[in-house]
Write a new protein. Structure first.
Length: 133
């Protein structure tokens, strides 16, 4: 487990050129990603913000953070934030989304492209905040 922004416990994403995956609706073998259910049941109009700290070892690595609203398996809406990392230092990526419907779910997707065979993306301090009524 790699060192995080303020101590141990971050996650690391690395491309594997021998495995072709399709995270976050892509077919690019240099793309890796992770998805998690961030909110189980939404309230229409109640803003949700998500953020994560990132550090890449390869300049030009592109990272996409999406909050995706789903009603069952159907995508209802999404908000996207994107950054191209310079390599080395920590950078925060954040997104804010206002759900359109009650009782939908929100997934948080982190997708990394142009990672290459030897590069690593370290992600830490992910947070999701649902605004109070």
């Amino acid at each position: 487990m790699p060192d995080g922004r303020r101590g141990p416990g971050a996650i690391a994403l690395r491309a594997n050129p021998r495995i072709t995956t399709a995270p976050a609706d892509t077919r690019d073998p240099e793309t890796v990603g992770v998805t998690t259910r961030a909110v189980r049941s939404t309230v229409a109009g109640r803003r949700v913000s998500a953020s994560i700290w990132l550090r890449g070892t390869r300049p030009g690595t592109t990272v996409v953070l999406r909050l995706v609203e789903r009603d069952a398996a159907r995508e209802v809406g999404a908000q996207v934030a994107r950054v191209s990392l310079a390599g080395g230092g920590w950078r925060q990526l954040a997104v804010v989304y206002e759900p359109r419907a009650d009782q939908s779910s929100l997934d948080l997707e982190l997708t990394v492209t142009k990672l290459g065979d030897v590069a690593i993306l370290v992600a830490d301090d992910a947070a999701v905040l649902v605004r109070s009524a």
